[in-house]
Structures are given as C-alpha cells and as structure tokens.
Design a protein around this ligand. Structure first.
Ligand code: NAD
Ligand code: ZN
Length: 349
C-alpha cells in the first residue's frame, strides 16, 4: 500500500480535522521526516479553542503540533549532517539566520522565525513532515521518541533557568505546576538548586510536582499575594533567590515579586493578559530583576544532553497516550485539563 500522510489540520476555531495530505518533499537543506511522537502543548489547544494567541491568528488552515520527534526518511539537496534512518528531535523554530538577532546568537527573537503551529507556519502532527536539517538533533539509541518530543518543553525550562541564573545552592520558587513549571523544576534541580518550592491552585498538580522532586509545595488559597509570599518565606526560611513564574496568572506574578529576595530575579515564563497591575516599585527599590523569556535559544543540545545522561528524567511527564487517528479525542482530553502531558503517536497502526 502506498504511504499516506494523515495530518491534523486546524481549519479555524473549534474546527480540527484529520485529512490525508500529499507527502511533502524536502527542499535544499531540509529532511523529510516520518513522524513518531508529538506532544500536545497548551498553545495547540488554545489555537483550537480560540483561533488565536495574541497577534497570532489562524487565518488559513494550519497543521498543529510542535513538540516532536521522528525518523529521517529522505534527504533534501546538500544535507550531509543526517542520513536516512536517523532518529531525531525536531526544534520547531527555524529563524532567518541573517538578522541581527540571529547573528548575535539570540535567534529566538528573530522577527522572521518560522515556528511550527504558530500561524502562518504549519506544525508536524502528521505522518510526514519536512524540516530544516540544522534544526533536527540526532537522538542516541537509548533516548526514546517520547523523550525526544519532550525536549521541546524541557528547552523552555533550560532557557528560563539560564535567564534566571539558577545555580548551586539556590532557593527557587516556581509558580504554577503545569508541564512548564515541572520542566523548570527538573532543570533547577539539575543545576544544583538546594530547594525548589512550587505553587499551584490544584492539589493533584502539586502532588505530581512532589513526585518530580519539589522540596515543598504550596496550595495557593489566598487572593492576597503577600499571604502566599509569606508562606513561601516560611517554607524556605527566607525569600527565594530566583522565582520562575509559570502560570501567567496576575496574582501569581504579584506573588513572584513579593516572594523574591532583594537582588534576586523573577523570570516571567507564563503568559497572561497584556496589561497587569504589579508591585513594580517593590521590585525596583530592592533591585529585583524582572526578565521575560521567549521560547528558548541554543537550548536543544543542552536539553538532549541532560536527558541522554540521565541527569533529567522527563518520562513521567507523559500521562496520556493516543494515536494520530485519535487526535480529536486527545485534544478533548487536553482541553479538560487531564493529566500532565498528552502524547500522540504518529505511527500507522
Ligand atoms: P498549564 O495551564 O498547564 O499550567 C499552569 C498552571 O498554573 C496550572 O496548573 C494552574 O493551576 C496554575 N495556576 C493558575 N493560577 C495560579 C496561581 N494564581 N498561582 C499558582 N498557580 C496557578 O500551562 P503550561 O503548559 O504549564 O504553561 C505555563 C505557562 O507558560 C502558560 O502561560 C504558557 O503560555 C507559558 N509558556 C510560555 C513560554 C514562553 O516562551 N514564554 C513557553 C511555553 C509556555
Ligand atoms: Zn533572524
């Protein structure tokens, strides 16, 4: 039977379809990939349920998926770094390579970035997909395709902890115990943080965080961020050296500022509303740095090395598994907030 290319296409808000598409051919510098695993991210679900994220609006049908791994099935012209049969993790953003940001090593800020499943760029939730070979990372045999797909969220944790300067002996607060909070927990631990306390509204997420190495968890019950900050201080014995905010919820960002010690750093990972009221003076007179992050830059090799060496174990993040044929069911489960990471297998049954 000829190969077909079952593909998950978001036509518009609330309109996700599975369709057979033509198998794409790799252009110069690209490889064709036979897709193996694709994780569902909150942003995939948000595009499905809202049709947009900020200024990124789904105006034309778009293939979803960007947390992915696969096997090289064809080489485009000039590709020498990979061969057919290589197992790879796919870094989903391909920048222009020519602008100031790209040339200065901050390619995540490139205005011409083509990022899988961010309109208008297609993602890779399909049987076959083509990608620039330079942004495919060969997986050692003992690293699974699921781990390869999980390098994507893990890279967010690597970048956030880089930006926050998390290091040996630090006391770290992570706000929000979703997948992104958890990868930050794993990376902070691996970088030698002495204590990592994590907050959430949801007890089951906190219970999971505890199994993933949180030294303490705090269930946020007060609307007053100063109350939550006081709880953090009580647990750590002092305010946090570094806080990594991974919920995007305005009260939680306020807590992040109150709970961080003078001279410390708050990293804003979570993306909430555009305009948020914050205790900025309280940060500025105590020289608390507030730093944003956008995805990651040069982090895939680090994320892969951490997984391959066993320093970080991302495997428990996967709580639900579906096939490509069951994509709609998988998205329904993600929408209901089930589990931690939902993984789709693109392999034909
Ligand atoms: P998620 O929704 O699964 O997790 C967020 C968690 O925060 C949930 O468990 C929720 O219960 C918790 N939460 C909500 N309000 C809270 C509060 N007041 N205090 C403490 N916890 C609270 O999302 P995720 O996939 O883990 O992603 C987290 C955030 O990171 C999202 O906003 C996402 O858009 C953002 N993100 C940003 C980047 C970036 O490049 N900056 C990259 C990836 C994800
Ligand atoms: Zn660029």
């Amino acid at each position: 039977m000829a190969d077909t290319n079952l593909t998950a296409i978001l036509y518009k808000k609330d309109d996700l379809r599975l369709e057979d598409k033509k198998i794409p051919e790799p252009g110069p510098g690209q490889v064709q990939l036979c897709m193996k695993k694709v994780g569902i991210c909150g942003s995939d679900v948000h595009f499905w349920t809202h049709g947009q994220i900020g200024d990124f609006v789904v105006k034309a049908p778009m293939i979803l998926g960007h947390e992915a791994s696969g096997v090289v099935s064809k080489l485009g012209q000039g590709v020498t770094s990979l061969k057919v049969g290589d197992r790879v993790a796919i870094e989903p953003g391909v920048p222009c390579g020519r602008c100031h940001y790209c040339k200065s090593g901050r390619y995540n800020l490139c205005a011409d970035m083509k990022f899988c499943a961010t309109p208008p760029s297609d993602g890779n939730l399909a049987r076959f997909y083509v990608h620039d070979a330079d942004f495919c990372y060969k997986l050692p045999d003992h690293v699974s395709f699921e781990e390869g797909a999980l390098l994507e969220p893990l890279a967010v944790g690597v970048h956030a902890c880089n930006r926050g300067g998390v290091g040996l002996g630090n006391k770290v607060l992570i706000c929000g115990a979703g997948p992104i909070g958890i990868v930050n927990l794993l990376v902070a631990r691996a970088r030698g943080a002495a204590e990592v306390v994590i907050t959430d509204l949801d007890q089951s997420r906190l219970d999971f965080a505890k199994t993933m190495g949180a030294s303490a968890v705090i269930k946020v019950s007060s609307k007053d961020p100063k109350v939550t900050a006081a709880q953090v201080e009580e647990v750590l014995g002092e305010p946090a050296d570094i806080t990594i905010e991974c919920s995007g919820a305005p009260p939680s960002i306020r807590t992040a500022i109150y709970a961080t010690k003078s001279g410390g750093c708050v990293v804003l990972v979570g993306l909430g509303p555009d305009l948020i009221e914050l205790p900025v003076v309280y940060a500025s007179v105590r020289e608390v740095d507030i730093r944003g992050i956008f995805r990651y830059v040069n982090c895939y090799p680090t994320a892969l090395a951490m997984v391959a060496s066993g320093k970080v174990n991302v495997k428990p993040l996967v709580t639900h598994r579906y096939t490509l044929e069951q994509t709609i069911e998988a998205f329904e489960a993600a929408k209901r907030g089930e589990g931690v990471k939902i993984m789709i297998s693109c392999v034909r049954k």
